[in-house]
Design a protein around this ligand. Structure first.
Ligand code: ADP
Ligand code: ADP
Ligand code: ZN
Length: 222
């Protein structure tokens, strides 16, 4: 890659953004920036932003643009991001997309590709209801689609503390889907207008999708 890549993964909750971002990190040496993970860390640490975000996240609504943009700006300024980044779960509103454009312009960077992961709403509910994560290393799993080789033990780090997200319940998922369609889906047209939109069918199995994505990323960063 000639200049540090800036990749955006777009897609509804449960589309596989986190799963694929971690695979892209390994394949391309990029850094995954998940605003969901950053916000959950802020909630756990009890920071001011975390205290404001907690109830909003539990209800499945979007956290304010102001809070999310500030968190992203700080993270993007850390030295490891010079390797190139995969934005997972950001931007989620037009205001965030415009803020990202300004932030990248300041840094002399540009978007390599915004990749839309295309999935059916029905699949997302099944994916989210079976999701769990290794507390130690963050590796994501699924009860049916990506179970660890030894039940209860992380394939990556051997950790045995698995956690499920408080917002991965049927009620909150419904709100998250509404938020996605109302506020985030319009970004597909936003990036199409900019000429950086790519789409990947994300209904197949994890490895097949990863292979398609890797092809798209190679072409976008060549
Ligand atoms: P997102 O970050 O978009 O919310 P995740 O990557 O966390 O989505 O994936 C949601 C759940 O679905 C996880 O449990 C993950 O293991 C599983 N998953 C991801 N991709 C696929 C796929 N292609 N087929 C089946 N399950 C998947
Ligand atoms: P998923 O993609 O599975 O819905 P995330 O971990 O990306 O989950 O996000 C979890 C929650 O964190 C969202 O429902 C929302 O409340 C909040 N959040 C994450 N990223 C953003 C963002 N860019 N803007 C506003 N809220 C966000
Ligand atoms: Zn682990």
């Amino acid at each position: 890659m000639t200049r540090p890549a800036v990749l955006i993964l777009l897609g509804p909750p449960g589309a596989g953004k986190g799963t694929q971002a971690r695979m892209l990190e390994e394949t391309f040496g990029l850094v995954q920036l998940s605003t969901g993970d950053l916000l959950r860390a802020a909630v756990a640490a009890g920071t001011e932003a975390g205290r404001k975000a907690k109830a909003v996240m539990e209800a499945g609504d979007l956290v304010s643009d102001e809070i999310v943009i500030a968190i992203l700006r700080d993270r993007l300024a850390e030295p490891d991001c010079a390797k190139g980044v995969i934005l997972d779960g950001f931007p989620r509103t037009t205001v965030q997309a415009e803020a990202l454009d300004a932030l990248l312009a300041e840094r002399g960077q540009q978007i390599s590709a915004a990749i839309s992961l295309e999935v059916d709403d029905a699949a997302m509910v099944t994916r989210i209801s079976g999701r769990f994560t290794c507390a130690a290393c963050g590796e994501g799993y699924h009860d049916s689609f990506k179970a660890p080789q030894v039940a209860g033990t992380c394939d990556k780090c051997g950790g045995t503390d698995m956690k499920r997200r408080a917002d991965d319940n049927a009620e909150t998922v419904a709100s998250r889907l509404v938020a996605y369609h109302a506020q985030t889906a319009p970004l597909i047209a936003y990036y199409k207008r900019k000429g950086v939109l790519k789409s990947v069918d994300a209904m197949g199995d994890i490895d097949a999708i990863a292979a398609d994505l890797a092809r798209v990323v190679r072409a976008a960063t060549a």
